[in-house]
Design a protein around this ligand. Structure first.
Ligand code: ARG
Ligand code: MN
Ligand code: MN
Ligand code: MN
Length: 314
């Protein structure tokens, strides 16, 4: 079993500085050692180097379209290469606009993939519905075939075409959805579990329905796109767009444990960790070590313990 770690120090999908330091902060919290302890061969591919494009005027009110488009094109190639080489791939962001390239690259090798988006936000604005213009709030709109005729041609993105069906996507953790996004979710009939749904159903039932929705017809590779702001800000304060009332530690870990148990996790993004935004060093440390915990859990670390190294009582 081998894991590829891909760092994507990129922040131009939103307006706050510092999220480009996410990959280093998550590595410094001990990621490689934790995964090695799980008996993986860990291949750390290091960080991608993103070009800063000089001439990159706004498209409508969307900043840095070509810079974000180019970064995602590069990332797509890297993810596609890692998946093609047989690794389970962990993409460390960076902001959530990077999911465009990550999911696209994954789909190059696994065209039948399904997508689980764990986030406070739906990130499904189009440039026409987006209140902020920020591309990290629009990633899903670039992926969905069902929105093709609602998406203008954004400069920087001509290298890709939407490929995902609305029925191949499930959201978990939503609690800050823009009006335009809500219309899209309802019109396309996208399966989502808001924090209210989690309150009502419990996380166990939410995961049961999620995996049933995506996998009942056939087993296929899972792309897990995990925005750290899905967690409650008391647990993950070092992030750019925190929203109160998020996932508890146990709910978040249950999500990743259940995904691991399918045996189908193929690529995981961990995004929006911004180590410059914690109020204290402890706040930053809490956020980065939480990121390591969800990754380890998605890759098979269990709360009940395991006996990989010693199959018999020594
Ligand atoms: N919905 C808001 C927007 O479109 C916030 C998006 C936040 N996205 C994120 N990946 N943290 O700007
Ligand atoms: Mn900096
Ligand atoms: Mn978010
Ligand atoms: Mn997000």
């Amino acid at each position: 079993q081998s894991v590829a770690i891909l760092g994507a120090p990129f922040s131009k999908g939103q307006k706050r500085r510092g999220v480009e330091h996410g990959p280093k902060a998550i590595r410094d919290a001990g990621l490689v050692e934790r995964l090695s302890n799980l008996d993986y061969a860990v291949h750390d591919f290091g960080d991608l180097t993103f070009k800063h494009l000089e001439k990159d005027e706004h498209f409508m009110h969307v900043p840095f379209p070509r810079t974000v488009g180019r970064a995602n094109q590069l990332l797509s190639g890297a993810v596609s290469g890692a998946v093609g080489a047989g690794h389970t791939c962990i993409m460390l962001g960076g902001d959530h606009s990077l999911a465009i390239g990550s999911v696209e690259g994954h789909a190059q090798h696994c065209p039948d993939l399904c997508l689980i988006w764990v986030d406070a936000h739906a990130d499904i604005n189009t440039p026409l519905t987006s209140p902020s213009g920020n591309l990290h709030g629009q990633s899903v709109a670039f992926l969905l075939k069902d929105l093709q005729n609602k998406m203008p041609e954004v400069p920087g993105f001509s290298w890709m075409k939407p490929f995902l069906s609305a029925r191949d996507l499930v959201y978990i953790g939503l609690r800050d959805v823009d009006p335009g996004e809500h219309i899209i979710l309802k019109t396309l009939g996208i399966q989502y579990f808001s924090m209210r749904d989690i309150d009502r159903m419990g996380i166990q039932r939410v995961m049961e329905v999620t995996l049933d929705h995506l996998l009942a017809r056939k087993q296929r590779p899972i792309h897990l796109s995990f925005d750290i702001d899905a967690f409650d800000p008391s647990l993950a304060p070092a992030t750019g767009t925190p929203v109160n009332g998020g996932l508890t530690y146990r709910e978040g870990i249950y999500v990743t444990e259940e995904i691991h148990n399918t045996g189908l996790l193929s690529v995981m993004d961990v995004v929006e960790v911004n180590p410059t935004l914690g109020a204290t060093p402890e706040a930053v440390e809490a956020t980065t070590s939480l990121a390591v915990d969800v990754i380890a859990s998605a890759l098979g670390q269990t709360r009940e313990g395991a006996h990989v190294a010693f199959p018999k009582i020594p």
